[in-house]
Design a protein around this ligand. Structure first.
Ligand SMILES: Nc1ncnc2c1ncn2[C@@H]1O[C@H](COP(=O)(O)OP(=O)(O)O)[C@@H](O)[C@H]1O
Ligand SMILES: [Mg+2]
Length: 395
């Protein structure tokens, strides 16, 4: 049975309407606690937006140990980081905005799933390896090569209308373009993770995401460069590790240089999409990137080298290009006006023009990644490589 408590009668009625099934309302917190005691099968309690935070926290704390399978979902008129941090510490599973009916239903469904697994003893103990999603980092050592274009469109392709769960992370913390490319208003960004550093969990990460489309969430770059500086390497690792447990694919867009944060993502990646355009500075930077990857022992089999705007008439033959890069080019993406047009409209090409040659190429990349995952079952382990932080530790 689903139980709820909300002191203001009108709001209690609205809450009952929003909940699925036949929820049972309590008149006060004491009654709620006795309903929980009387029903050992109760798995979900929703606390309404006008319940005092201290009462909600006390209720969750009290039941966390005595009834670990009971999920508590808290509604608030405004979800801010301070509320979230306190709620999560007490064991409240999710904090959702009271007006977000779909969000409430989804949170209830997630919480019930967790409760059912816990009740049946199927929840993996903390030290059991959890199935992880693939992390794909899109990188180029020079700006303007098409990283954000490829990353956003690949994320849309991987989500495939909601068939897979994908998180697109904008690690271009100073000049991130993901929000503008998807016409998202960043109410929350990676900078909001700073106060939760060191004790983030899935609920915390979920509170940071901005949903874009079915199956596709985003973790956006902070709105100002100064805030971006506060998001350090350790925090990026923490966020990415949790996101990999929550999503089938995590796609990371990057700035055009090896920042500490980028290196943290690269160390955890299963795939590296490396971009260049057919001009000597971009090709030289791609070569330098590959040298760095060799040094860090990132597996060559997981590198997908893509030449973007490959048809630009700039006096370089394919042979010239391969001579500079000294590595096989997996694909060539043509230049098309549709790309800047789609960016200016704020709608990814993959959504509007799935048959455009750029969209078709990105679906091909998606195909490789998906079929590799299907064949391996698991992500190729990022473990055996040295990685930059391995090097720094002097391994
Ligand atoms: N295949 C392409 N055809 C035409 N224009 C492109 C293509 N790929 C990228 N662009 C353009 O190049 C510019 C830089 O792309 P962007 O994805 O922002 O690069 P980055 O993130 O690497 O800096 C954008 O204005 C975009 O419209
Ligand atoms: Mg970019």
């Amino acid at each position: 049975m689903t139980l709820y408590y909300e002191p203001v009668p009108d709001r209690a009625r609205a809450l009952a309407d929003a909940l699925e099934g036949e929820p049972h309302g309590a008149g006060d917190l004491a009654e709620l606690a006795s309903l929980v005691r009387a029903d050992p099968g109760a798995q979900l309690v929703i606390l309404g937006p006008t319940v005092e935070l201290t009462d909600a926290v006390a209720f969750a704390t009290q039941h966390r140990l005595t009834r670990p399978s009971l999920g508590v979902v808290l509604l608030r008129d405004q979800v801010d980081v301070a509320v979230l941090a306190e709620a999560l510490r007490s064991g409240i599973r999710e904090v959702i905005t009271a007006t977000d009916v779909n969000g409430i239903r989804a949170a209830c469904a997630r919480s019930l799933e967790v409760s059912q697994q816990l009740a049946q003893g199927r929840m993996a103990p903390a030290d059991t390896p959890v199935k992880e999603g693939h992390l794909i980092t899109v990188f180029a050592g020079k700006g303007g090569c098409g990283k954000s274009t490829i990353a956003t469109n690949l994320a849309v392709a991987l989500a495939d209308g909601g068939k897979s769960r994908v998180c697109l992370v904008d690690l271009d913390l100073t000049f991130g373009d993901v929000a503008i490319m998807l016409q998202l208003v960043p109410k929350r960004s990676l900078a909001d993770a700073v106060p939760m550093a060191g004790r983030l969990d899935e609920t915390g990460v979920r509170s940071l995401v901005t949903p874009y489309a079915p199956g596709l969430d985003t973790l956006l770059a902070p709105p100002s460069p100064a805030e971006g500086e506060r998001v350090g390497r350790e925090l990026v690792s923490e966020i990415v590790k949790i996101a990999k447990r929550m999503y089938d694919y995590v796609v990371v867009d990057t700035p055009p240089f090896f920042s500490d944060q980028v290196l943290a993502a690269l160390d955890l990646s299963q795939w590296y999409i490396l971009l260049a355009t057919p001009d000597i500075p971009a090709l030289k930077n791609l070569r330098l990137t590959l040298d760095m990857f060799d040094m860090l022992e990132y597996p060559t089999s997981q590198r997908i080298i893509v030449l973007n705007r490959s048809d630009a008439q700039v006096g370089l033959t394919h042979a010239d290009i391969e001579r500079v890069v000294r590595a096989p080019i997996a694909g060539r993406v043509p230049s098309t006006r549709d790309v800047p047009v789609s960016i200016n409209r704020g709608v990814p090409l993959m959504v509007d023009s799935p048959n455009n040659p750029v969209s078709r190429y990105i679906r091909e990349v998606r195909g490789w990644i998906v079929s590799a995952q299907a064949q391996n079952g698991e992500a190729p382990a990022p473990a055996p490589r040295r990685g930059v932080f391995g090097l720094r530790r002097g391994r």
